[in-house]
Unconditional design. Structure first.
Length: 290
């Protein structure tokens, strides 16, 4: 295949994105050549279906777990040997919105195994993620999808395994958009990451984690008399009213609007202590800066 200059991406219409490249004439072949003609050996099956260690699993900010594309490639090399498999494009690049796509097929030992469309988000104003990087990313995405038919890292597609892994290894955190000029600037959103991973920094910056509740030291006598406690929702709305008086109603409602809410009642109805804490902290920042 000839060298491709990814700076030559050209949008022909709002739905498709293609490459300007010379395509040599090649003889027509059966794109599914050798499919399902012979099973792989028991030794290869054992390699392909091996269990993936928890430490080799990661999580997307959206909450889906996955194994790295490097892990898939190493398993394929172990099963078929370097050069014994290939991931080949089956068509041109195309673009839907900000998503760049292309179909690829997985071949092993000269036989078709499976095909899938890989995708990657592409932001034209992000210098850290070029068109070439997006094209490489979607190729790896297609590879992992093709490997589903070989049951490589199949635990990642198992709901019960995913729930257990997330509970033991991941944490959900609040983040704020910090990329100035973007649609997400100043907005709040929850993301997932490994407990051992570094906090998010850009384009979303991780906020403070909600304070953990101290363990109740009176467990031995749960019926012990305790002083009455104010309804937490009422206390939250009381604190919000106090902040509105201190910083002014204009700044108060502007802060709520940036978080996607119109009043304190909407936030209280979420019944999310972490969200309430974050809103109060943002109002305190405004008060301190004024």
């Amino acid at each position: 295949m000839p060298e491709t200059d990814f700076e030559d991406f050209e949008v022909e219409d709002s739905r498709a994105l293609v490459l300007r490249e010379e395509k040599p004439e090649v003889p027509a072949v059966n794109r599914y050549l050798g499919a399902s003609t012979k099973p792989f050996t028991p030794e290869q099956k054992k390699i392909l279906e091996q269990k993936i260690d928890d430490s080799d699993i990661d999580i997307l900010p959206t909450g889906e777990i996955y194994a790295s594309q490097v892990r898939y490639r190493r398993i394929l090399n172990d099963a078929f040997g370097p050069g014994g498999w290939a991931i080949l494009p089956m068509g041109d690049f195309f673009q839907a919105g900000n998503t760049l796509c292309r179909e690829y097929a997985l071949w092993a030992e000269g036989r078709f195994v499976s095909s899938a469309i890989g995708e990657a988000e592409f932001q034209p104003n992000n210098p850290r993620f070029s068109k070439a990087t997006a094209a490489e990313s979607l190729k790896s995405n297609a590879l992992t999808r093709c490997c589903k038919d070989l049951l490589i890292a199949s635990d990642c597609w198992d709901k019960h395994y995913a729930e257990r892994w997330i509970q033991e290894n991941a944490v959900e955190v609040w983040c704020e958009g910090v990329a100035k000029g973007s649609e997400t600037f100043g907005k709040k959103k929850k993301f997932w990451r490994r407990k051992t991973a570094k906090p998010f920094e850009y384009p979303w910056r991780e906020g403070r984690l909600p304070a953990q509740q101290p363990e109740d030291e009176s467990q031995e006598n749960p019926q012990a008399d305790r002083p009455p406690v104010m309804d937490p929702h009422a206390r939250f709305k009381e604190l919000m009213a106090e902040q509105a008086k201190r910083i002014g109603r204009a700044a108060y409602f502007r802060c709520l609007g940036q978080a996607g809410y119109e009043n304190a009642q909407q936030i209280a109805d979420k019944n999310d202590r972490g969200l309430q804490k974050m809103i109060l902290e943002e109002l305190a920042k405004i008060e301190a800066a004024s």
